[in-house]
Design a protein around this ligand. Structure first.
Ligand SMILES: [Zn+2]
Length: 268
């Protein structure tokens, strides 16, 4: 039995623009590429769960990549994670704990201690990739570092560790697969891993990769944890899409849907 209907609409200026014109919809990451908002339903007695949201990087000299638009990854992740946290929190379904906010720059071990203290049920960490061997141009610089751009390899991926023991790995993979499925259905292209190399092993679910770098935030938490590589920061169009509120809205709705599906399964 379903308690309430949450959300159902489509963020697609392009669909409206395209109606009657015969023009094909733009394809991600082109401007106006449609994103879809699923119908989300919350099962009766769903409960309230803790979600630990981590903005990747932002500690010591660990600032992450420098994207095509000269945005440092640590700044992008802080903004995107805060946005996701706010959009999840407003549903009232989750207690949201943010690992990094404002000017605080906690170390990764400190984030893990915070996670353990918080009693959160899952961890979601956001990043962006900087991939693409065919670097098309340099768009500027920050200090000595050039802001590189590429026109290949857009898309997102979900990273997870499968080295935590049977029960934890099953929960990690379930969370990762729900998130990748939901984001794919929302219209975000799932990266095929073509340039990832041996440290990213493809899972059976499209867009999910098993981490072979031994990343602390995937390996150490005692609750299921995933990293979402939201986009390729070197792709100027994709970087621009991620500055649009509708992209962040569709992203948050997809993650929300995945969390509802995951916790519904966990309870049954
Ligand atoms: Zn990163």
């Amino acid at each position: 039995m379903w308690l309430s209907l949450l959300l159902a609409c489509t963020s697609a200026p392009s669909i409206l623009q395209g109606l009657g014109s015969g023009a094909p919809d733009p394809r991600w990451p082109e401007a106006g590429a449609p994103l879809h908002h699923p119908v989300l339903e919350v099962p009766e007695g769903f409960g309230r769960y803790g979600v630990f949201v981590v903005a990747g990087h932002g500690t010591g000299s660990n600032v992450g990549n420098l994207g095509c638009r000269c945005i440092q990854e640590e700044h992008f992740t802080l903004e995107a994670a805060s946005d996701l946290a706010a959009r999840l929190e407003i549903t009232g379904l989750f207690e949201i704990i943010e690992a990094r906010s404002d000017t605080a720059r906690p170390s990764y071990p400190a984030r893990l201690r915070h996670l353990a203290r918080s009693g959160a049920d899952v961890l979601i960490e956001l990043h962006s990739d900087a991939r693409g061997a065919r670097v098309a141009e340099a768009s500027g610089s920050v200090g000595d570092e050039i802001c590189r751009c590429t026109d290949v390899d857009p898309g997102l991926s979900v990273l997870v560790s499968d080295e935590g023991g049977e029960a934890l790995d099953a929960a990690r993979l379930a969370l990762a697969r729900h998130v990748a499925d939901a984001l794919g259905r929302a219209g975000f292209p799932l990266y095929d891993g073509g340039r990832y190399g041996a440290q990213y092993e493809r899972d059976t679910t499209e867009g999910v990769f098993l981490d072979r770098r031994g990343l602390m935030m995937l390996r150490r938490p005692k609750v299921p944890s995933i990293i979402i590589e939201t986009h390729n920061a070197l792709d100027p169009q994709e970087a621009d899409r991620w500055e649009e509120p509708r992209t962040r809205d569709a992203f948050a709705r997809a993650v929300l849907g995945a969390l509802i599906a995951y916790f519904s399964e966990e309870r049954s």
